[in-house]
Write a protein that binds this ligand. Structure first.
Ligand code: SME
Length: 159
């Protein structure tokens, strides 16, 4: 049986414990949907500051909802739109400390207050993004960015 075990209290140490377990979870499995689904489950159970975590996958130049944990969410996001489409177009991580101040933020859940979106790129190909929301403002920092970018790298090779 697959299990994820995290003992540390502090965020960075929790990511440090989680990362090798995510790599192990994906190592022997090639099914993309199964892998993405397990990554969202592992992240959601590890971090109480996440209200929603999921993937948007690039399909025909549009971001389409993939596996996620949390409330139902908007299905299609155009490139350049919202936080997800902005990060995808720039191919850069975007951290929004207060979503009410981000022009064009797409409020799938009106209770969301802050967000981080990390692009997944394999070679020159944009695969999609990892999107994380929080009900608290200022929830995400460079630690979340650094580790979510590592997770994006681990996941991107599975596309
Ligand atoms: N807030 C995102 C939309 C996706 S949901 O947060 C799940 C955005 O502005 O792109």
């Amino acid at each position: 049986m697959e299990t994820i075990t995290i003992a540390a209290e502090a965020k960075k140490e929790r990511y440090d414990e989680l990362l090798p377990q995510i790599s192990a979870l994906l190592a022997d499995e090639s099914d993309l949907i199964a892998n993405l689904a397990n990554v969202t489950a592992a992240l959601k159970m590890a971090f109480s500051h996440y209200s929603w975590v999921g993937f948007y996958l690039l399909k025909n130049d549009e971001l389409v909802l993939g596996p996620f944990q949390g409330k139902v969410a908007c299905v299609r996001i155009a490139m350049g739109n919202g936080v997800c489409g902005t990060a995808a177009t720039r191919r850069e991580t975007v951290i929004v400390q207060d979503v009410t101040k981000f022009p064009g933020h797409i409020a799938c859940d009106p209770e969301s207050r802050s967000e981080i979106v990390v692009p997944m790129v394999r070679g020159t190909h944009l695969c999609g993004v990892i999107d994380v929301d929080s009900y608290e403002p200022d929830s995400f920092d460079e630690t979340d960015q650094a580790y979510l970018e590592k997770i994006a790298d681990i996941v991107s090779v599975k596309f």
